[in-house]
Ligand binder design. Structure first.
Ligand code: SAM
Length: 275
């Protein structure tokens, strides 16, 4: 089933279910990236910021707060359920954040932005050059981009642990092509530079960005049951099989547990470029 799903189906189906259910844990886990994005926005004094692949809206809301009084943040995302939650959260916080639903390669806005940002929202584009060209067209000339994407699977053992640990217990998952849309699609810095150059961006710089990510141990089972390709498969198993795989997964993740916390280093790129 996973191999036949398009990105639009995934992010409006099982991946959205996972991110909606795990929203507070994921926001806590990836908070260091939110902080770095808000710092980048503040540093350049951006006023109108486009948050690409904004998901359930944590970073859009944080940026909306940072630019309050001088501008606004706009989140764009392919996932209708995720962007619906983002809108709801922004409304509850009273933050002036706006949202655009749609594929980044086709979205439009009434007025240009003076910065684009993304936390892990740029690696899933079916047409990355078209998407980055569209994003660039929505920005003022020379406006900055600051985005975060994962480096290689080998540098991110936490993110690959579930698939390794279940390789012999679950039916084989389809092999992932390095260039196909997915979590590690931007691991190769040359590929990212080429995509940005082909889309008309200049001054692309990729800097390693390592962040310590933490969540409560109490959230680990839910994380394993929901996140990634293994999470999708686990949710389709009968109760007994799911419990057996989960037990194996808990053992495999033991090296990331410290007291009542789970923590790991996220090995990422900070990607900066100019429209
Ligand atoms: C890993 S999630 C990150 C969500 C959010 N940035 C965060 O950090 O919480 C990736 C996001 O990219 C969105 N996405 C995937 N493909 C997209 C596309 N072609 N255009 C716009 N958004 C897309 C997904 O719907 C999802 O919300």
């Amino acid at each position: 089933m996973i191999e036949t799903m398009t990105q639009a189906q995934l992010w409006n189906g099982p991946a959205a279910d996972a991110w909606l259910t795990m929203q507070s844990t994921l926001d806590q886990l990836f908070e260091p990236f939110e902080t770095a994005m808000v710092d980048a926005v503040t540093e350049v004094g951006a006023r109108h910021v486009l948050d690409i692949g904004c998901g359930t809206g944590a970073t859009t809301i944080a940026i909306g707060r940072a630019v309050a009084g001088r501008g606004h943040a706009t989140g764009a995302d392919l996932s209708v359920p995720m962007i619906d939650l983002a809108k709801q959260r922004a409304g509850l916080c009273g933050v002036d954040a706006r949202f655009i639903a749609g594929d980044a390669s086709r979205i439009t806005a009434d007025a240009p932005f003076d910065m684009a940002v993304s936390r892990f929202g740029i690696m899933f584009f079916d047409e990355p050059v078209a998407a980055f060209a569209r994003i660039r067209a929505m920005l003022l000339p020379d406006a900055p981009l600051t985005a975060f994407a994962w480096r290689s699977p080998g540098e991110n053992p936490f993110m690959t642990c579930a698939e390794r640990a279940t390789a012999e217990m679950l039916p084989p998952l389809p092999p992932q092509q390095a260039d196909a849309p997915g979590q590690f699609a931007f691991a190769d810095p040359d590929r990212v530079r080429a995509i940005l150059a082909d889309a008309g961006w200049s001054h692309a710089v990729l800097t390693p960005f390592d962040a310590e990510c933490t969540m409560p141990l109490a959230a680990l089972d839910a994380y394993l049951l929901h996140m990634g390709r293994v999470g999708i498969v686990l949710r389709q198993l009968d109760d007994a099989s799911r419990a057996a795989v989960l037990a194996q997964l808990r053992d495999a993740f033991a090296s990331f547990v410290d007291g009542d916390c789970v923590s790991f280093t996220a090995a990422c790129w900070r990607i900066d470029a100019r429209a």
